[in-house]
Design a protein around this ligand. Structure first.
Ligand SMILES: [Zn+2]
Length: 150
């Protein structure tokens, strides 16, 4: 009646807010899988999602960036409307990606001596020209050139 527990594999992470749980099916005759995902190794406060019987991976989203998550999988079989669960698999962990730093406003240009930042085509860039992100230029105290209005 009870299905065998699936073997969890290392989850994959391709974003800052999701982990993809993976497992191997084996010779299991199951109705589906239940996946638990938690920041705590004790699985406290875990999110639980279900997956169909023909899949061996499931994306769990809505997670925090740059955080290690533990994932466990169990199989279930529905017989006469009652669900029979396998034991939980071993825990596997993966870390979500860090959030990409936003450098807003694109690239502007500064000079050796000036206190302004410019568009790449500005005439004030004739003698020196260094690229910098607009947000970084503003952070460093540069202000926008009144001629080229970057
Ligand atoms: Zn300029």
């Amino acid at each position: 009646m009870y299905p065998k527990k699936p073997t969890a594999k290392k989850p994959s992470t391709t974003s800052s807010s999701a982990v993809t749980a993976k497992w191997s099916k084996g010779k299991n005759d199951v109705s589906g899988y239940q996946i638990k995902c938690s920041k705590n190794k004790s699985m406290k406060g875990a999110k639980t999602v279900t997956a169909g019987k023909s899949v061996t991976s499931k994306k769990i989203s809505g997670l925090k960036a740059n955080t290690k998550y533990y994932v466990q999988v169990r199989a279930y079989k529905t017989v006469d409307g009652k669900k029979y669960y396998s034991d939980w698999s071993a825990k596997k962990s993966a870390k979500t990606k860090a959030k990409a730093k936003k450098s807003s406003g694109g690239t502007v240009y500064i000079t050796n001596t000036g206190e302004k930042y410019h568009r790449g085509t500005c005439r004030y860039l004739r003698y020196s020209k260094y690229s910098i992100s607009k947000s970084e230029a503003q952070r460093e105290g540069y202000t926008a050139c009144k001629v080229c209005r970057p």
